[in-house]
Design a protein around this ligand. Structure first.
Ligand SMILES: [Zn+2]
Ligand SMILES: [Zn+2]
Length: 437
């Protein structure tokens, strides 16, 4: 059923009062954008990989200290937590991520990254190709705006500059380290991610699933190796693996309901060294995508059954059946709270106009922000897409039959200034609206 998030009006903060505040928010956001843009260029030029966000986290800590936050550095790695108390009221959690990607930048921007780092003995180029530089500067600009306008709200800001989003490690580690017990438990948690498919001045929003859950699985198929000329004396794990890869395709197409989205992709398969040697084993790596726990449990059960039975068909003994390893580190789906998404639509609508709030479809990529909504504290979360391609560029692309460079592209080139300004004004409006509800 289509969720009618824009028709719900569950918050009682009077809209004419908020309309006045929204003008003040827009003015302050415009003022703070110049500062945030300079910060963004600096961060873009100096990207750091997941778990290596040393200078970036120190800079985020400095920004928070300058604004007046109590700051906890090195929380569960490189993450930085900040608290700003401004009287009695709700606690609102704002998250930014900090990590960049091992990608060689090809944008030609004056502040393009030229950074090369040594990663496990290999020289790799680093680039903010997922917009986390924009997330950090928008986050900083939002907090500066909120503190400048603190007579308009009461409550506590609890914020995190989070390490290792791209590895899906950062959110889980912060939660395990006691984020919601050592610091106040938030009443609401908000975040945003840039989206090149939306124009600047627009946001994408939906209640319910926004990003898919991600699980990684490794299958080791055991056989009996030997000479390629004597297959009758061997059990060939390459043949068994081929059967498994084919049969895995029937999980989504034949075993799940057509209305339940899921992905089973075998992304790597390795076995053997020479044409004339039948190997002892083959390893395969899979990525799985899903939106409900029930679905992922079914998918994993099917993977185990298909793997075991493909091996049995080839005469593999029971104690040598394939080993299916479901990795511990995983990313759950991002499930936006319906009521919070409705409130965000209302407050953001005052800033950018309701027609600029685009109801987006769920994406099969992952984001670890979902973890903050799945703890025992049951915090309502909302992740917003932030349009990052200028309307003029979108028009040019449409006319040429082209698409914007996607996230993780070496040519990702967002409209920095307007993305940041919209992000700051929308996020500040959301916080002030929620603080006053
Ligand atoms: Zn990314
Ligand atoms: Zn990202």
């Amino acid at each position: 059923m289509r969720r009618l998030i824009f028709l719900l009006s569950v918050f009682v903060f009077h809209s004419s009062v908020f309309a006045q505040v929204s003008n003040v928010v827009k003015q302050e956001a415009k003022k703070q954008t110049a500062y945030a843009l300079e910060l963004c260029k600096h961060l873009h030029e100096n990207p750091e990989l997941s778990f290596h966000e040393f200078e970036t986290s120190a800079r985020m800590a400095k920004e928070l200290t300058d604004i007046g936050f109590e700051v906890s550095e090195k929380f569960a790695g490189n993450s930085v937590v900040g608290i700003y108390k401004n009287g009695d009221g709700p606690t609102i959690f704002l998250r930014t991520d900090m990590d960049a990607l091992p990608i060689e930048e090809n944008t030609g921007l004056p502040f393009a990254s030229k950074k090369i780092v040594d990663l496990d003995g290999k020289q790799v180029a680093v680039m903010h190709a997922c917009g986390h530089d924009i997330h950090m500067s928008t986050w900083t600009g939002t907090l500066r705006t909120l503190v400048a306008l603190k007579e308009h709200w009461k409550g506590t800001l609890m914020v995190i500059a989070q390490q290792a989003e791209e590895y899906s490690g950062g959110a889980g580690q912060a939660i395990e380290a006691g984020l919601f017990s050592k610091f106040p438990t938030p009443d609401y948690a908000l975040a945003y991610h840039i989206n090149p498919e939306l124009e600047t001045g627009q946001i994408g929003l939906r209640g319910g699933p926004v990003f898919a859950g991600v699980k990684t699985v490794e299958i080791t198929v055991y056989g009996k190796g030997g000479h390629g000329a004597y297959p009758q004396k061997c059990i060939d794990p390459i043949v068994i693996s081929s059967r498994i890869v084919s049969d895995l395709q029937t999980i989504v197409s034949r075993e799940l309901s057509p209305t339940e989205p899921a992905v089973v992709t075998v992304g790597s398969i390795h076995g053997g060294t020479r044409p004339n040697i039948i190997p002892d084993e083959v390893k395969m790596q899979l990525t799985l995508r899903y939106f409900s726990e029930e679905t992922i449990e079914k998918v994993i059960t099917s993977i185990k059954r298909i793997s075991a039975n493909a091996a049995r068909t080839s005469g593999v003994p029971e104690d040598k059946l394939p080993f299916v390893d479901v990795f511990e580190v995983n990313t759950p789906p991002v499930l936006n709270d319906d009521d919070l998404s409705a409130a965000v639509a209302e407050f953001a609508g005052e800033i950018i106009g309701k027609s600029n709030i685009i109801e987006t479809q769920p994406e099969m990529v992952g984001e670890d922000f979902g973890k903050y909504g799945l703890t025992k504290e049951d915090v309502p979360i909302c992740l917003i897409w932030l349009g990052s391609t200028s309307p003029e560029e979108m028009q040019r692309l449409n006319a040429a039959g082209e698409a914007p460079f996607p996230l993780h592209s070496p040519q990702l080139n967002p409209d920095y200034e307007n993305t940041i300004e919209t992000g700051i004004s929308v996020m500040a409006a959301n916080v002030i609206g929620l603080m006053n509800k």
